[in-house]
Design a protein around this ligand. Sequence first.
Ligand code: FAQ
Length: 310
Amino acid sequence: TEQQHLEAFEARIQRGEKIEAGDWMPDEYRRQLIRMISQHAHSEYVGMLPEGAWITRAPSLKRKMILIAKVQDEAGHGQYLYHAAETLGATREEMNDALLSGRAKYSSIFNYPSLTWADVGMIGWLVDGAAIKNQTMLAGCSYGPYSRAMVRICSEETFHHKQGKEMVIQYARGSEKQRQMAQDALNRWWWPSLMMLGPHDADSPNSGVLSRWGVKLKSNDEVRQEFINEHVPELLEAGLTIPDPDLHQDESGNWIHGPIDWNEFWNVVKGNGPLNKERLGARQKAHDEGAWVREAMQAYAERQLAQAAD
Ligand code: FAQ
């Protein structure tokens, strides 16, 4: 019966076994994973846009090559994640349609503009830094295909994180103009980076079932605390000022942040952030311009099939 299936499923998760694609799973587990993994994939795709805009303007050949490789990695992560979601029965068409029609979300962070070259470094340091904290946790999640995708993605993002940190530290210690550029980037990216890890636990409706079924092994606030504890000392060490007057360390050593502007967060999530329309517009344009490729592949597949039938 359904109840016995559920008990056996939960016992497997308790034992630390991975759930694989063809295994029995509750509908809600499947629905939650498709939601999360597809939104994660969309984030990787939309996440190419803020940095991609700087490829033609990179200040040196070395920086340009690093940036091209990074943006290409994000495309690969998106592909990897779409495949993981496909193992649950979602199709590319459905997922893409959900993104373009605004039904599916993608990370709030990518709706902010990258105004200067230092933003490219700051995205690597903070955005990849936050993504790694979240994804290292997800590498231990109960769904096999997602957890394995996370292992590879995290190792690539560790390079992204290092190149961003190296770049920002160099500018923070460079000329006065470079230092100001790095500080300005931190001022604009700090709070959105904290927000990207999701609402406070009390306002996170999906967390209950996700932690019960071993998808989220840490809560949004726990991951955010890990991110802050790692990054605050390093940013201070680089000589930068964190734009939070209430930031302080408590007796246990945790860095405690001031209030987060959740109105700003929900506004961005609802589609009204600085660049939401531009980001979705760029994805729609890419989809439209790729139509001929999909049609050509379809025609080719049909011809192959017809020849095989002869
Ligand atoms: N943006 O109940 P919760 C990257 C939504 S990859 C937009 O707490 P949950 C790589 C949430 O969907 C970054 N919406 O949700 C890179 C839900 O709405 P729904 C992406 C958000 O799922 C780096 C509602 O709020 N990473 O950066 C956000 O339990 C550099 C209630 O929230 C992933 O997607 C947000 N920030 O926890 C690329 C990792 N936060 O769907 C290029 C996988 C929450 O019910 C350059 N995802 N919402 O309509 C997760 O771990 C989780 O989904 C969380 C949110 C932790 C993001």
